[in-house]
Design a protein around this ligand. Sequence first.
Ligand SMILES: *[C@@H]1O[C@H](CO)[C@@H](O)[C@H](O)[C@H]1NC(C)=O
Ligand SMILES: *[C@@H]1O[C@H](CO)[C@@H](O)[C@H](O)[C@H]1NC(C)=O
Length: 365
Amino acid sequence: MRWMYACFVIALCALIFCEYVADFVVLQNCKWPEIRRKKKYVDDPLRAMILADTHLLGPHRGHWLDKLYREWHMKGAFQAASALLKPDVVFVLGDLFDEGDMVSEKRFEEYVWHYLQMFRLPPGVPLISIAGNHDVGFHYKMHPFFMGRFENYLNFSKVHLYTIKQIHFVIINSMSMEGDGCQFCAEAEEKLRNISSTLHCMQHPQKAECVRTRRHPYSQPILMQHFPTYRDSDKVCKEHDAPVIEAFRERFHVLSKDATDLLGDLLKPRLAFAGHSHHYCHSVNRLGIDEYTVASFSWRNKVDPSFMLATLTPDDYEVYKCKMLPQQFVYNSYMSAALACLVLIFLQLKKYIKRHYELSRLKRE
Ligand SMILES: *[C@@H]1O[C@H](CO)[C@@H](O)[C@H](O)[C@H]1NC(C)=O
Ligand SMILES: *[C@@H]1O[C@H](CO)[C@@H](O)[C@H](O)[C@H]1NC(C)=O
């Protein structure tokens, strides 16, 4: 029975390696990018980890085993990344949930609880969760009910200005950027204009209209949202990893040209991050700034997932794409273990048959 024992050890090693060790090994290669240009804030940057499209499965779609395994892996990968990289802040750019706009209130509460467990961070490190179309519905479906509960549990469902270490992030609900005057769209646009004037007052505190505003030092903001700003397709990316190039539809795959221009006019951003397409892309967008579309964090949507590490100061930035454990590697490891076991069994069988044959021959003689 030695072969059974050996098989067990092989399987156990594969299991421990794939499920507990491999994430750490792979993520060792990821480092915070360094800002080398000598500028004012370079010694005290903000380190932001940015991920997207975690799509936690709900009760309706997907197989329970798929859900269990993929989520187990996402939790492991995230916890390994957080332990190794120690970010100052983490952003999740929408579609946290796969069925956020389909589940009951009670299920949603469980969903959020589960999500916060998976993406738990050390105390004092904020987790900024941004609404995606799977969290609150596409534009036609967005209802105060979905928006309200997302905001209740996760704080940011609409348009918000979030400032940390003097760096301004404008968080945007992409689905409310239709510009058709719907209730959410009108409110979002008003909020954008308010943020625009807040930023304007940071920049020009001496102006008459600005005397009563709270002041942070001004720096150009960074856009954080679920949809990318307008682009035809990933063909325009300087780098991308989409296996097929798909033509993007305005308001569905990407923001409309009008909404993109509106964001540009009102906010004068210097950098943008988005998700939604499930594939990585670095482009210089319609506004002439760097935009990073972050790949999905889940193996369900991307067999070789990744996330972004951004080193940010009020006047500079560097971004690095951190590659995660590819699904194929895990699959290959288990297949190799199974193959090793099969070889062992085969050798054992051969020995057994040989002995049996020899025994019967002895008997005959
Ligand atoms: C939402 O904001 C409140 C108050 O700032 C904070 O205590 C809470 O932890 C935040 N919730 C999440 C999920 O970040
Ligand atoms: C925008 O600012 C005005 C004036 O300060 C305020 O009354 C209004 O509620 C703000 N709108 C939003 C959507 O926050």
